[in-house]
Structure formats: structure tokens, C-alpha cells
Design a binder for this molecule. Structure first.
Ligand SMILES: Cc1cc2nc3c(=O)[nH]c(=O)nc-3n(C[C@H](O)[C@H](O)[C@H](O)COP(=O)(O)O)c2cc1C
Length: 476
């Protein structure tokens, strides 16, 4: 089957999909890396400051699970030189396929790893840093936007950064920061990235080594709950910002982070965890988790359940493919047509027509969001994400009925994009949404399967909600 997500970076890393697990220290261990690798993605073990015995054990566990392509992430600037040297020697001795580096760009180290035939991927926060990493020999880059959870290197939003960084280098670029679903992946691919990196979205999985407290806080958090702060600084070079969920520390209720006192608030197998340190709650810890660094990217508002990593990635693949599938043949005319009987064939035909319409709507919203005035971007983006979600639901429903989802996009897309004036295009988009509502209203009473009925009812609600939002904007 064609793999619409395939990009050259997949050959470099050795994965089916360019969907990458971020090398999250403490959190991304063998269990999560294995789950991501088995799902066709690519995982980095987050091994910052870990002793070589742990690195060895984690690498062996991934290999023993049958995943041969994976990476190991280190942070040279945050690691004692002697330990860093031992880590590097270990990675070379183990011949790990890929090494991920973050924070600074050390040319000598990159040269040494390349000389030992290891592939090097550097995460960077600016176009200048990207050029330096490419010059030092990096095989690929991760462009990290300011939306990212954990330590944030630069200060540019991901979309702006990609716009500057992608044309500045010739090695493949992956995008990181605030990504949570297939619409995000389709967007960064459209902006020239070859793939997407997920941190926060893959913490909320049974396989991540984060403590259940951290996972639960992510599931209940909203996008507006994250902030950038320098309050969590013990263990790191000075002046480093992290994106976390607001807590008692960021609200100033735990005192001055820079007063110089060391207060133990937790324990990890005998190692004290200090207030204001960069440690986040892990399965192996006990203590006052609320006051620890609860890392989260801005995509956290769209992570509302703890879902197996493979399942989350599979859904992202379906959503992305639904958006990328392009076939402009004008078959899904958005006119009023009655839906036939609720037999399997009629149901399949109705779902197909809806899928084509949703894909067209998602693509219109995707392209419109790029040029919309700032105040309209959240609305258009919300529509885009909704449409992508329904593409995934419809695709799965069609597959569940034994059908093969078409890759067509209705000619609605072409017609909508021919309208240059934004209000007129939004009005046209709303017409398309109303068509979907009418089809759903006609179809719903004829659907026998309770689960599909619930999903289609949710789709109907969401469309009515979005139509009302757009109408309000147009009236204003
Ligand atoms: C809990 C956590 C730990 C992280 N640790 C590391 C790390 O050790 N090394 C690194 O390169 N990046 C680390 N990051 C940053 C990620 O590489 C990536 O940029 C970020 O997770 C992407 O944003 P997202 O979380 O919104 O997906 C960490 C991120 C999180 C959330």
C-alpha cells in the first residue's frame, strides 16, 4: 500500500513513518522506544546524565525486543565531562544507529560520532544553530519551536522557525513543539519538514516512564495551562527555559528558586530530588510531585487520554494520510443528495462522500490558516483539526465495513481556494459544513451500529458548533 507519509528521512533513520519520539530524559526508555518502533515510528532513548550501565541496559532491551533502528539522546552541556565521555564511548562501542544531541552544537563531538559511523541528529532552536549543526556534520535536524514541552532552546513559534530554517539547510528537518495530531503533522510537512517529533503526546501513554501523576495532569490540562519559566534550573546550564504546567513553584508559592537553598522534595532510588531541579516525576520516584517540573508542550490541550503509543501513532498516521491524500477529481459534488437505504453499500457510499467532503474542508482550512489574520487563526485551525479528526473516524468506519477509503478530495477544495476574499471563502466553507450537517441528519437514523451512530452524532454536533462560530465571525 502507498505510504503517503514516506519521506527521505525515513531511509536515513530506518522507519516506516517520519513520526519520531523525542529523546525525553527519564521518560523515553526502552518500553516506549520499542512501542514507537513497532508502530513504524522512530524512537530516541532519553539518556541525559544516565550512567553507562543504564544506557547499555536500555539499548539491549530495545534490541532484544526486535527493534534495530532507534536513537539515543544526550545533552552534552548538561552532563559532567567525565560522564559524557563514558556515555560517548558506550554509544560508539554499542554502535547505536543514531545519536540525538540537544542544547549546544559541539562540532568536535559531532565529528567524532560521524567518524565512528553513527548518524547524528541535532535538535536546534534557530536557523543559525541549524546552519552550525549542518556544518559540523549533522545528518538531520530537529527544529524545535517555542511551543515545545521540556527545555526550549529558541524563541520562535514552530511555523516561523520552519519558514526560516528549512530553506537554510540541505539536510532533512523534523519539526518539534506542540504537535499532537495528524493535522499538525500535515501542517509541518506542508511547511517543508520531513517529519514530526512528539514529546508530550507520547508521555501520556502506558509505556512512558513518567509517573502516573504527570500523565494524569497532562490528560486534564488545557493548552493555556503551560508556561515558559526558568524556575526549574538545578542540573542545567543557567538561563535555560522550560515549558511546564503551571504549579505551586511557578506561582511563587515555594519561595525563590535562586535563593541558593537545597530542599529535598523527593527520592529516586536513594537519589534526592530537589525543589527547583529539572527532574520530572518518574515511575521510580516518590515525593511531592506537584512541585516538580511537569513538562508539557502547548499541544497538551488536545491530549485527553492515556493511549498506547502504537494506537496514538496509528491514529496520527490515519489522520495525516486523510489530509495528504490528493486527487482533485471532481466526484464529491457538494449538492443536496438523499442518502439511500442503510444497507452496507449505501452506508459505505454515504461515508465515502462525507470523507471526501471532510478532507476537502480540512485542506481548505489548512491552507486558509496560513494566510488568515492572527485573530482568525485559532478558529480556522480548530475547524481544520476537527475535519482531520472526522476524516480519521470516517476512514476507520469505512475500513470497519470492509471498504477501502478513497483518496479523493471533492472539488469543493478547488472551488473554495479559487475564492480569494477570506470572508467569502469562510462563507463557502460554512455552506460545505451545512451540506455535511444535512447528510448526517439524513444518515443518522439509518445507522444500525451504535458506536458509529455515536461518532456521527458527535460529528454532527461539532459541525453545528463550528458553523455557528464562523457565522458569528462573518456577522461581526
Ligand atoms: C518530559 C520531557 C523531557 C524532555 N527531555 C529532553 C531531553 O532529555 N533531551 C532532548 O533533546 N529534549 C528533551 N525534551 C524536549 C523534546 O526533545 C522535544 O523538543 C519536545 O518534547 C517537543 O515538544 P512537545 O513536548 O510539545 O511534543 C523533553 C521534553 C519533555 C516533554
Amino acid at each position: 500500500m502507498t505510504n503517503l507519509l514516506h519521506r527521505p528521512v525515513c531511509e536515513l533513520l530506518g522507519c516506516r513513518y517520519p513520526l519520531v519520539l523525542a529523546g525525553m530524559g527519564g521518560v523515553a526508555r526502552a518500553e516506549l522506544v520499542t512501542a514507537v518502533g513497532r508502530a513504524g515510528g522512530f524512537g530516541f532513548l532519553g539518556m541525559v546524565r544516565e550512567p553507562v550501565a543504564r544506557i547499555r541496559a536500555e539499548v539491549e532491551a530495545v534490541r532484544a525486543a526486535g527493534v534495530s533502528r532507534f536513537g539515543v539522546n544526550l545533552i552534552p552541556a548538561g552532563t559532567e565531562p567525565a560522564l559524557l565521555e563514558a556515555q560517548i564511548e558506550t554509544l560508539i562501542a554499542l554502535a547505536v544507529p543514531v545519536v540525538g544531541l540537544f542544547w549546544d552544537v559541539p562540532p568536535a563531538l559531532i565529528g567524532r560520532l560521524r567518524g565512528a559511523d553513527l548518524c547524528v541528529v541535532c535538535q536546534v532552536g534557530s536557523a543559525d544553530e541549524a546552519r552550525a549543526a549542518e556544518q559540523a556534520g549533522a545528518d538531520a535536524l530537529i527544529a524545535q519551536g517555542v511551543e515545545a514541552g521540556g527545555h526550549v532552546r529558541g524563541d520562535q513559534p514552530l511555523h516561523t522557525l520552519l519558514g526560516e530554517l528549512v530553506p537554510a539547510v540541505s539536510v532533512p528537518v523534523l519539526a518539534a513543539g506542540g504537535l499532537a495530531d495528524g493535522a499538525d503533522v500535515a501542517t509541518v510537512l506542508a511547511l517543508g519538514a520531513q517529519g514530526a517529533v512528539f514529546g508530550t503526546a507520547l508521555i501520556a501513554t502506558p509505556e512512558s516512564f513518567a509517573h502516573p501523576y504527570h500523565k494524569q495532569r497532562l490528560v486534564t490540562a488545557k493548552a493555556a495551562d503551560t508556561l515558559l519559566t526558568e524556575d526549574f534550573h538545578i542540573n542545567w546550564p543557567p538561563g535555560a527555559k522550560v515549558r511546564v504546567l503551571a504549579n505551586s513553584v511557578t506561582r511563587g508559592e515555594r519561595g525563590d528558586p535562586y535563593a541558593g537553598t537545597r530542599t529535598v522534595i523527593g527520592d529516586e532510588e536513594g537519589r534526592p530530588i530537589y525543589l527547583f531541579s529539572t527532574d520530572s516525576p518518574l515511575r521510580s520516584m516518590t515525593g511531592d510531585f506537584e512541585a516538580m517540573a511537569l513538562y508539557a508542550g502547548t499541544g497538551v490541550g488536545r491530549i485527553d487520554a492515556i493511549v498506547a503509543a502504537g494506537e496514538r501513532l496509528a491514529r496520527i498516521v490515519v489522520e495525516t494520510e486523510a489530509l495528504l491524500a490528493v486527487d482533485a477529481s471532481p466526484t464529491a459534488e457538494l449538492g443536496a443528495q438523499g442518502v439511500g437505504q442503510a444497507g452496507r453499500d449505501e452506508l459505505l457510499a454515504a461515508l465515502e462522500a462525507l470523507l471526501e467532503a471532510e478532507r476537502a474542508g480540512a485542506r481548505v482550512a489548512l491552507h486558509t490558516a496560513k494566510h488568515a489574520p492572527a485573530e482568525l487563526v485559532p478558529l480556522v485551525r480548530a475547524i481544520q483539526q476537527d475535519e482531520a479528526r472526522w476524516c480519521a473516524v470516517l476512514t476507520q468506519a469505512i475500513q470497519g465495513l470492509g471498504g477501502t477509503p478513497s483518496r479523493r478530495t471533492g472539488d469543493f477544495y478547488v472551488k473554495a481556494m479559487a475564492i480569494e476574499e477570506l470572508p467569502a471563502r469562510l462563507a463557502f466553507l460554512n455552506r460545505g459544513q451545512r451540506w455535511v450537517v444535512r447528510r448526517l441528519q439524513a444518515l443518522l437514523p439509518r445507522v444500525g451500529d451504535a458506536r458509529l451512530q455515536t461518532e456521527l452524532a458527535a460529528m454532527l454536533d461539532a459541525h453545528e458548533h463550528n458553523i455557528a462560530r464562523v457565522a458569528t465571525v462573518l456577522e461581526a
